[in-house]
Write a protein that binds this ligand. Structure first.
Ligand SMILES: C[C@@](CO)(OP(=O)(O)O)[C@H](O)COP(=O)(O)OP(=O)(O)OC[C@H]1O[C@@H](n2ccc(N)nc2=O)[C@H](O)[C@@H]1O
Ligand SMILES: Nc1ncnc2c1ncn2[C@@H]1O[C@H](COP(=O)(O)OP(=O)(O)O)[C@@H](O)[C@H]1O
Length: 284
């Protein structure tokens, strides 16, 4: 028996940090949605009680450090499943990019194994399992568009933003999510983006208003550490994007574009100085 799952990338349309919590995590308010750039997972049952991870790329861990491995082990332990699985990850989402590639693979593993092994675990319980693997995993379990609060695991589904093109550019730099949160001085944030205003913009169906409400307080930290991320944002706007923002802790920058005719110029212009550029649609 085998099954397949798609694991799409997420972008943060807004991200605000309220304060640091006693458990070390930060209380956040984020509006997140999915884009049509996805890893593909193939899950094949094994006759032995073991978990094997493989991938066509050589730059991700294939052992217990892999989030798909951790998701499979968690579901096996929690539901006492004495069966094995080989999970092949066809990676398309850039790694450590602020696009939740690993989290989405973990979420897809939870969904896929739930089906493969006929466990009938309700979605809400899969999200709770996901929260044990990472703050972004619960959102990735259900996808869509949502307001995420708490450390990111408390979700309220909202309607999808108006459809548009999303140009993603990942500069060749490494950003640690933990370091970005640690460096953020939440008492010194100059301007907090508003989740309520972003939700109102989405609900109004106005693409222009969504662009106006884009905001991410983690940009302050990552842009200071890596000025090339700011340059990428400026280049995107110069080339014709309607709005730009860094996703999550970065370093990927995305540009929202309403007119298809503008996309090739932005894509080709960015490719001039950034190797990893993608032009995709919102997953609505
Ligand atoms: C910043 C965001 C925005 O969507 O995404 P990415 O940039 O990672 O894609 C998320 O908050 C990242 O979520 P995720 O990558 O799942 O984080 P986790 O594995 O739970 O935590 C990694 C580290 O980030 C910090 N962390 C994470 C979430 C949070 N609300 N507060 C934190 O302080 C903690 O130091 C933690 O040790
Ligand atoms: N399935 C996976 N895909 C990608 N990275 C993974 C995976 N499992 C574990 N990792 C590790 O998780 C880290 C963060 O990867 P990723 O989820 O792509 O980042 P981000 O949350 O910033 O988008 C990387 O350093 C990578 O080595």
């Amino acid at each position: 028996m085998k099954t397949y799952e798609k694991a799409p990338a997420k972008i943060n349309l807004m991200l605000d940090v309220l304060h640091k919590r006693p458990d070390g995590y930060h209380e956040v308010e984020m509006v997140m949605t999915m884009v049509d750039l996805a890893d593909r997972l193939e899950m094949v049952e094994l006759p032995r009680d073991t978990i094997i991870i493989s991938s066509q790329v050589g730059y991700i861990p294939l052992d217990e450090k892999n989030l798909a491995f951790q998701a499979a082990r968690l579901i096996k332990d929690r539901y006492d499943v004495k069966r094995g699985v080989h999970i092949h990850l066809d990676k398309k989402i850039p790694v450590a990019a602020g696009l939740a590639g690993g989290s989405s693979d973990a979420a897809a593993t939870l969904r896929g194994l739930n089906r493969l092994w006929g466990l009938n675990i309700p979605m809400i319980e899969l999200q709770e399992l996901g929260a044990e693997l990472g703050s972004d995993v619960p959102f990735c379990v259900t996808g869509g568009t949502a307001l995420a609060t708490g450390r990111g695991e408390v979700l309220h589904s909202i309607c999808n933003p108006p459809q548009c093109w999303v140009v993603l550019a990942k500069p060749p730099i490494n950003v640690s999510t933990q370091e970005v949160y640690t460096r953020l001085r939440s008492d010194q944030i100059s301007k907090h983006p508003s989740a309520a205003d972003m939700i109102a913009a989405i609900q109004s169906g106005s693409f222009q208003e969504v662009c106006e409400q884009l905001g991410n307080v983690l940009e302050d930290v990552t842009l200071k550490l890596h000025p090339e991320v700011q340059q990428l944002k400026e280049a995107m706007m110069r080339l014709g994007a309607d709005g730009t923002l860094m996703s999550g802790s970065g370093p990927t920058v995305f540009g929202l574009v309403s007119k298809e005719s503008k996309v090739p110029r932005i894509y080709n212009g960015l490719r001039g100085f950034c190797r990893e550029v993608y032009a995709v649609r919102l997953l609505t």
